[in-house]
Write a protein that binds this ligand. Sequence first.
Ligand code: NAD
Length: 472
Amino acid sequence: MWNIHQAYIDGAFVAVHGDEVVDMIAPTTEQRIGRVTLGNREDAKLAIAAARRTQPMMAATTKAQRIDMLRRLQAAVLARTEELRDVTIEEYGGPWARAQWVSRYASECFANAAQVLEAYPLSHPVGTATVTMQPVGVAALVAPWNSAVGTVCCKLASALSAGCATVVKPSEMSPLQTQVLAQALHEAGLPPGVFNILLGRGADVGDEISTSPDIAKISFTGSTATGKTIVRAAVETMKRVSLSLSGKSASIVLDDADLDAAVSQAIAAAFMNNGQACVAGTRLLVPRSRAGEIVERVKAGVTALRVGDPRDPDTAVGPLASRAQFERVRGFIRRGLDEGATLVAGGESRPQGLERGFFVQPTVFADVRNDMDIARQEIFGPVLSVIAYEDEAQAIAIANDSVYGLQAYVFSSQPERAQRVAAQLEAGTVLINRVQPELLAPFGGVKQSGIGREFGVAGLESFLEAKAVAGA
Ligand code: NAD
């Protein structure tokens, strides 16, 4: 049984002042696996104050000192890879392979950031001026529960590279991931106050962070709705804000695609992390001329996905993170049927043999129109909508007909054609014939999928501000 009643502030694990105790429920079994006490505004103030005290020291660090910090964090997180994987699986039912990938990626974030910082000029001449890239100040890193470990490490790596002390607020739904990660980061032996970590509700801890005059920057990953709340609250103190938000990504299968490869990758894109991924390709756009055969292949592929215990490396789809998610996703499946889409695989009933746990059948709808709710709203579960298009221009128009624009996928056997389509898609990232991201390239969304970019140089620069000094 887990008992988590501390925050990590100023280099130490300390009892929180908050008194809201929340049960942790394992999504695989629906059993209580622990209790967590959430932090409150007072805890947030202490975390912010610790970061503020540390900021001058962080700002004065040399590039070499920051790289040393990053290397120590990388080693400390790498040493906990398996533990991080296991709590990711236990806490939200992330399937083994995904949890393993995210846990490795968490330590790689620090290595990537060190590589980027090494090559990045923190000072350079422009005309008669010298431009110095200075840390923006204390940065708050606010993360969602899905892949919390990777998200926090990626943000932390960029913030520290820039010389920012940080306040980290993971989701109140991710206490286990947060606890093990905080222990790992602590073991890196960095000066106290460089990172302060606390769990809490958005309405108090989140709001304290968004309104505090001592926070200069918020790097937020989460839903578009919360992103809007943060921006409204943050404008009063003119915080710099980066937002990585919701998505409704399109996977476009062009009529020349190798269907064996395209369909299996499109299924992987849709159902990754049990469909609980911001970049999930949940709208599958297929040429009407080949719709029948593609739908048959999708049906066969999705029906064959193994649903069940996420600890089993052969499981493709585990449970949803919470009862609320479970009910919400099943509601969308009902909505799809009400809207007149054709159920091809899955459905509202539980997967066979899984009477406990927040399991939902991987579900596919065909004959979906892009104006249906299931095609417009981020469902955040294993539900795929297949939409037929007449020609390439219409495929692009449908893909772009969304308030979101995080990621898109293009499948084609003609590289130039795929590039031409990619160039016209309104998305922060387009992956061609692949699902694996490029972790050094900028990542973020257009339209309501976000503001700003993370990863690589763009991630570093999101925590820097340019200062020009001219004249002798
Ligand atoms: P969420 O928006 O409910 O919560 C995200 C974080 O914001 C949590 O830490 C939460 O406590 C905090 N928060 C809530 N209200 C706040 C407030 N008023 N002020 C400050 N902080 C507040 O999102 P979630 O349910 O945890 O995560 C799922 C969502 O995140 C999905 O929409 C998904 O697409 C998105 N997401 C986006 C990316 C990306 O990189 N674009 C990655 C992962 C998840």
